[in-house]
Design a protein around this ligand. Structure first.
Ligand SMILES: Cc1cc2nc3c(=O)[nH]c(=O)nc-3n(C[C@H](O)[C@H](O)[C@H](O)COP(=O)(O)O)c2cc1C
Ligand SMILES: [Fe+2]
Ligand SMILES: [Fe+2]
Length: 398
């Protein structure tokens, strides 16, 4: 895509990664992604972030279209993960900027990533103001949202904020603005991004939103480093969404995530799903053989209850469930009810192990159900009643 002038003298450059499906090596980007970066043409020409290294050609082409015979004076690095800093060393080498601005943690990360000795790096702790001509840039450190070096760059004259990964969505589109695309899809992809990347740092999100309010920052344009940009009323919309995501208030919804060898665990879990659904709870029934852990997480994120199922396998649980639980625990979901279900043959450790995972995630545990070999009607009845009991626990929590 060619550069887009998003405000007079401010350009979206970026690269649209249409064919990307594997995002960062561990999550799914079913609709591709974009790496957004921006160029402010002022007295000092300022580049905000870069793109993934493989798009160096695109970045050079975009820069040439906007720069003409001008040079890049300043580079701002809001976030040093390689999807945004992948071309930084090449930019420094080719365009020889006067200064590179980054957060205090960014300077450390930059040294560790690029091993430079002579880059003109300047640190911009929160509150630093930088004049680039008609415009000012001010910086707000957002440490651990979602890397130690993350910061926001705000331009008061334009009421515009560059937010790196915050407010991002994985969606390769020809459109650039949120108001040009289907809202339901946008919301779904923004929540998916949050659930898989930002979720563990929800306390930092809440703090950052409070700081933005306290500082009275007026925001009319939000420019994240992935996906669509927000303008006008959409800015308040995006911030309200983030406030809600970070608060993690559960919905009337349960996720049943399981794996099974001979379908006994699956049938028990399905009886639980019936009990939940009959009490009016919305149920997602997800076998790990057919669902990627990042898609499961997108559903777990706003659910009130998570039921995990696995048979006992070699005195443990099935490996796809171990993968799921490892992934889920790392993302630190809050305010959930948890329960376990599993069929076993002889030693029967499955439910105990699954329950331990739920406890480790501070879930409110409803005692699980295990059954030897093939479940019969009596077991299905028990599982159905368990579904109803979990539904009651959900209702009490909402
Ligand atoms: C390779 C393999 C290893 C197993 N290991 C154990 C085990 O260590 N302890 C146990 O209680 N059952 C073990 N089982 C038995 C299963 O847990 C049992 O068949 C169960 O009913 C399968 O449930 P599913 O139909 O949900 O796969 C094992 C089964 C297989 C095929
Ligand atoms: Fe990132
Ligand atoms: Fe990113």
């Amino acid at each position: 895509m060619r550069p887009v002038e998003i405000k007079e003298g401010i350009f979206w450059l970026g690269a649209v990664d249409w064919n990307r499906r594997d995002f960062h090596g561990y999550s799914k980007a079913h609709k591709g992604t974009t790496y957004n970066n921006f160029l402010i043409v002022d007295e000092k020409v300022t580049l905000i972030d870069t793109v993934a290294e493989e798009f160096w050609g695109t970045l050079q082409c975009n820069l040439a279209q906007v720069l003409g015979d001008r040079k890049i004076d300043y580079v701002v690095a809001n976030h040093l993960e390689p999807d945004h800093s992948g071309c930084l060393a090449k930019v420094v080498e080719k365009y020889q900027p006067e200064k590179i601005y980054t957060s205090p943690m960014g300077q450390k990360a930059m040294k560790a990533h690029f091993k430079y000795t002579d880059w003109p790096v300047e640190v911009t702790p929160t509150g630093t103001e930088l004049s680039i001509g008609k415009r000012t840039l001010s910086f707000l450190e957002t440490r651990m949202l979602h890397w130690p070096d993350s910061m926001l760059t705000y331009c008061p004259e334009e009421k515009l904020v560059f937010t790196n990964d915050a407010f991002g969505q994985n969606w390769a589109t020809s459109e650039r603005w949120a108001d040009q695309v289907d809202r339901y899809r946008l919301e779904e992809l923004m929540a998916n991004y949050y659930a898989n990347i930002v979720l563990p740092y929800s306390p930092v999100v809440l703090k950052t939103l409070a700081t933005i309010k306290e500082m009275g920052l007026e925001i009319e344009t939000i420019c994240p480093d992935h996906g669509l940009l927000f303008r006008g009323d959409d800015c308040a919309w995006a911030m309200e969404k983030y406030q809600a995501y970070a608060e993690q208030k559960p919905k009337n919804k349960a996720v049943i995530v399981y794996d099974t060898m001979w379908h006994s665990t699956e049938k028990m879990a399905e009886a639980m799903a019936c009990g939940l659904a009959d009490e009016g709870v919305s149920v997602r029934f997800m076998c790990m053989k057919n669902n990627h852990h990042s898609d499961v997480m997108a559903e777990v994120f706003d659910a009130a209850a998570v039921i995990v199922g696995s048979p006992t396998h070699n005195n443990g649980i099935l490996p796809l469930m171990a993968d799921m639980l490892t992934y889920m625990k790392g993302l630190r979901p809050q305010n959930k009810i948890g329960s376990a279900v599993g069929s076993f043959g002889w030693s029967g450790e499955c439910v105990k192990i699954l329950t331990q995972w739920l406890e480790d995630m501070n879930m409110e545990v409803v005692e699980g159900i295990k059954n030897q070999y093939i479940p019969d009607h009596e077991v299905f009845d028990k599982c159905y009643e368990q579904g109803k009991a979990i539904a009651a626990a959900i209702k009490a929590k909402l």
